[in-house]
Write a protein that binds this ligand. Structure first.
Ligand code: GLA
Length: 458
């Protein structure tokens, strides 16, 4: 084991889930685990689809996580056994290059992303063999970031197993980078909060360089997560990357319109930084420079003075080559508006956390409207659910995570939680047998949870 303990280690192991994991491990591999690791999912309170634009976001970790039991082996293999029988076991050799097939995302590729990320970060030629049992209780494809939690858990395990050490910020950055092996161009919110979260507090996460600040939430605010029960796997569709591409192209058009060299601009946040402009000024610039009608490839190539070949290789990702129209005005308007809402949310929490629920709720509602109308990352079921949440007494409600399905997060007054849960249950879950069957794990209160950690048995 590493002699210089990283700040991730905590010693305790004493709970039913861990005991069950341990028993499964012993049945599966015949010995006891050497250590355990966990990494939580997250709920984003506000700041959707702007981390990859370079703007700050405001999530908190949830209590649900990926939990793993690990031992080292000398057989030159990594064995993964998932407690959930839907996810098949897998063994990979440490003497071969780790291959991640972007076209066919499988659960264990997320784990392998984390392994590969640490391997490359430290230039490890031969990884330590390890045997792992994995247990996740974050609902998959629900916008609560189960996949990034798996990447982070694997990164932490691989670091520990190979006696390497990184700061939390460095591990979060490594895990952000390596999740792109699966093909999505994520912005780093999920990995950062999974690793840097602390109990009892939401965090403002800023990028470039990565840093976090605690955000005090109103004492009377309770956050309730409700799953629309529409699954969305962002690695298996091109919705997510197509938004990343829209924002990248919008950045270039805005930069060029202000006489900047568009080649140096990739993220919407770079333009106001370079121009020393406020977000309000950027919103005005969007109105002035971009038109609401979708842009064609030809039009963009003409404006930027690039060839169609350059357009495909430099601006599009592998899974967005088929896209023909780009809603640059709408995407940029969402991103600058949402970035401003995050800062307002944080300011309200800092100045008057206990007396400001309605202001925060309004910002959440505006965020949802912008995601739905400008960013087009909602879906009819999510819109219906958000509507029901508001009618059931939420002060604010919005989709959380990538969208196109998955969960809504609602802010509810502490005194109204029980009546809120009952009303949402009756209006959204009970009328539909499939939803009713999933209700228990789909509708729950969430408190800010802690970040990724390694545990040893007492
Ligand atoms: C996914 C990505 C994040 C972020 C959200 C949308 O969860 O992994 O980086 O972009 O979508 O806010």
């Amino acid at each position: 084991m590493a002699t210089n303990p990283p700040k991730f280690k905590v010693s305790v192991v004493d709970d039913e889930r861990l005991q069950n994991l341990k028993n499964t491990f012993e049945r599966q591999y015949g010995g006891s685990p050497l250590f355990y690791a966990c990494a939580p999912g997250r709920v984003n309170l506000i700041g959707e689809h702007i981390d990859y634009c370079g703007f700050s976001v405001l999530p908190m970790a949830i209590e649900q996580n990926i939990l793993a039991a690990v031992s080292l082996n000398n057989s030159g293999t990594i064995h993964l056994f998932n407690i959930n029988p839907l996810y098949s076991n897998i063994t990979v050799s440490t003497s071969e290059e780790i291959v991640i097939d972007k076209n066919n995302p499988k659960w264990y590729y997320y784990f392998l992303c984390g392994v590969k990320g640490i391997q490359e970060k430290f230039g490890i030629s031969r990884l330590q063999g390890m045997s792992c049992v994995i247990d996740g209780n974050i609902p998959p494809s629900s916008g609560l970031s189960s996949s990034s939690a798996l990447v982070c858990c694997a990164g932490l395990i691989t670091m520990e197993a190979n006696q390497k050490s990184l700061s939390k910020v460095d591990l979060a950055e490594t895990c952000t980078k390596c999740e792109s092996y699966i093909g999505t161009e994520g912005g780093g919110m999920d990995q950062s909060i999974s690793i840097l979260a602390e109990k009892e507090t939401a965090k403002l996460i800023e990028f470039g360089p990565l840093r976090t600040t605690d955000v005090p939430l109103p004492d009377s605010a309770v956050f309730v997560i409700s799953n629309s029960c529409v699954e969305m796997n962002k690695a298996a569709s091109s919705h997510y990357n197509s938004r990343v591409v829209d924002c990248r192209i919008a950045t270039k058009l805005l930069a060029q319109a202000k006489g900047l060299n568009q080649k140096e601009f990739l993220k919407l946040a770079q333009v106001p930084t370079e121009m020393n402009a406020s977000l309000e000024e950027m919103l005005a610039l969007v109105e002035e420079v971009l038109h609401p009608e979708p842009y064609s490839r030809d039009e963009i190539c003409k404006i930027l003075g690039i060839t169609s070949q350059q357009f495909s290789t430099e601006l599009l990702s592998a899974n967005t080559q088929h896209v023909t129209h780009f809603k640059l005005y709408q995407r940029a308007k969402h991103a600058y508006g949402e970035a401003a809402r995050v800062l307002r949310f944080k300011n309200v929490c800092d100045c008057a956390p206990n007396d400001s629920m309605q202001l925060l709720g309004d910002l959440m509602n505006q965020s949802h409207a912008s995601c739905r109308d400008l960013y087009e990352c909602s879906c009819p079921e999510l819109d219906q659910l958000v509507d029901i949440c508001l009618k059931s007494g939420a002060v604010g409600s919005r989709l959380t995570g990538a969208g196109w399905g998955g969960c809504a997060v609602s802010m509810v007054h502490r005194d109204k939680v029980q009546s809120f849960l009952q009303a949402v249950r009756e209006a959204y879950y009970l009328p539909d047998p499939r939803r009713a069957a999933m209700e228990k794990q789909s509708l729950f209160v969430s408190k800010p949870g802690g970040g990724a950690a390694i545990y040893f048995e007492k």
